[in-house]
Design a binder for this molecule. Structure first.
Ligand code: NDP
Ligand code: 2IT
Length: 445
């Protein structure tokens, strides 16, 4: 690592003890941006990198709520408002029992660069709770969301901080959150949350956007090699929002998804996943992926097989962080994988990335490949601000254009800095350069 950046990294380690995911995310960026720091000494002089590594504001709060049997539960809520140089803080909320402050900080840090890459006017933030919505009734989820928003509302606003969904937060949760925000503030401020249902101010294609966007990025990357998704076997980990709409777009572009997963195990369907059935099981019935194998005779479920052992040409990790390690990467290489595109945030470990690089596998990092979700959120804000709503076709076309731009910006930046084909360097440098330029213009704030 560049010497100046290494000393900044050491200080991040000292000041944020135990936050291993945050350390990992910072390290990955600082390892890439050395050439940009050399090219722009004026940024270093203004201590831009140190400022980027320190969130503007971190909010931690108690979330008490009562379950259906009258038992009281106490969860912890977070919102990390990381950087607002380019626009209001923007980023999702994650409800998952594994959520700690360091988790939210890693996600918020990634979000700053991702949002910059979209070219849209959005800063970066992230939030969430260690609440586990799995197995909870709709009324319990509602009570939790109401309690969470009763504290969070004072920090939000369409020009201040605009949350959306992430793991464990979808249309149901966002509806309850928006209802409580509206009640407390007495304002129908549609643009304060994105990912809303269509009936009360949501935007076409936001639900599909992360999965579709990741697939558009991957298709563009393959095109630069004279190739395409058509006829390829694809593996997609997860079976949530990102994974389901990745499967949909891969199928539309002529690929075949042969495996999906959730935290209970992996389903292998060599004939190609039946998406309508999978959506019914995951979105409507909220059941496990094993149900799919119960209903589809030729599909197999396994609770101990790694999804990366399923041979494929394209792998799209779309579940959670650090789900693809060096062993998984070696399996993918053995199985003939040509490209890995990250639908999730930081799903590949640093060792996993090294294995893929050494084997010449094309690697599209999450902050570029999964930027479609937040980009569509920014389009939802735009529609809310003008009290307009666009058609599905127009919205999808805008999303495709944005993802092609994100791809081409990463590709061109990697070329410019002598790292052709290195999307990690391209994404980190291009994202950093845009945020740094805005921060410099805004003065020492
Ligand atoms: P969901 O909650 O809708 O789905 C998450 C999926 O991942 C579920 O199928 C879940 O299974 C599975 N999963 C979680 N943990 C594990 C694990 N340890 N092993 C295997 N499977 C696991 O979340 P999203 O689809 O929204 O998010 C997925 C990823 O994409 C996250 O990294 C998120 O940050 C990222 N992302 C999301 C965006 C969005 O717009 N939603 C935008 C950009 C990135 P189970 O149900 O069993 O827990
Ligand atoms: O990680 C992400 O980019 C998201 N969860 C989406 C954020 C958003 O504000 O739409």
């Amino acid at each position: 690592m560049h010497a100046t950046l290494d000393s900044i990294y050491q200080r991040v380690l000292d000041r944020n003890p135990g936050e291993t995911e945050f350390h990992q995310a910072v390290r990955e960026v600082l390892e890439s941006i050395g050439p940009a720091v050399d090219k722009h000494p004026e940024y270093a002089q203004a201590r831009i990198v140190e400022r980027i590594c320190e969130p503007e504001r971190q909010i931690i709060f108690r979330v008490p709520w009562e379950d259906d049997d009258g038992n009281i539960h106490i969860n912890r809520g977070f919102r990390v408002e990381f950087n607002s140089a380019l626009g209001p803080y923007k980023g999702g909320l994650r409800f998952h029992p594994s959520v700690l402050l360091g988790t939210v900080k890693f996600l918020g840090f990634e979000q700053v660069f991702k949002n910059a890459l979209t070219g849209l006017p959005i800063g970066g933030g992230k939030g969430g709770s260690d609440f586990d919505p799995r197995g909870r009734s709709d009324r319990e989820v509602m009570r939790f969301c109401q309690s969470f928003m009763t504290e969070l509302y004072r920090h939000l606003g369409e020009h201040t901080d605009v949350p959306a969904g992430d793991m464990g937060v979808g249309a149901r949760e966002l509806g309850f959150l928006f209802g409580q925000y509206k009640r407390i503030t007495n304002r129908y401020e549609s643009g304060v949350l994105t990912g809303k249902a269509l009936v009360y101010g949501g935007a076409q294609v936001r639900r599909e956007a992360t999965g579709y966007g990741c697939t558009f990025f991957v298709e563009r990357a393959l095109q630069t090699r004279g190739d395409s998704l058509a006829g390829k076997d694809v593996v997609v980990s997860g079976a949530g929002n990102v994974a389901l709409y990745t499967v949909e777009k891969v199928h539309q572009l002529g690929g075949r998804v042969v495996a999906v997963s959730d935290s209970s195990g992996v389903v292998h369907d060599p004939k190609g996943v039946d998406l309508e059935l999978l959506k019914e099981i995951k979105e409507v019935r909220r059941e496990r992926v094993s149900t799919y194998a119960d209903q589809v005779g030729h599909a197999e479920f396994s609770s101990d097989r790694s999804i990366w052992d399923v041979p494929c040409q394209v792998a799209l990790p779309s579940a959670t962080q650090n789900e693809l390690d060096a062993d998984g990467a070696r399996s993918l290489v053995r199985g003939g994988c040509l490209l890995v595109g990250e639908g999730a945030n930081m799903p590949t470990t640093p060792d996993g990335v090294r294995v893929l690089r050494d084997a010449g596998v094309l690697f599209a990092p999450g902050k570029a490949a999964n930027a479609g979700g937040v980009a569509a959120s920014a389009l939802e804000m735009q529609q809310n601000a003008s009290r307009d709503s666009w058609t599905f076709e127009y919205s999808e076309q805008r999303l495709r254009e944005i993802m092609v731009d994100v791809h081409d910006r990463c590709h061109a930046t990697a070329d410019e800095y002598g790292r052709p084909g290195d999307y990690v360097a391209g994404a980190n440098i291009a994202g950093y350069a845009r945020v740094a330029e805005a921060m410099l213009a805004l003065g020492l704030v």
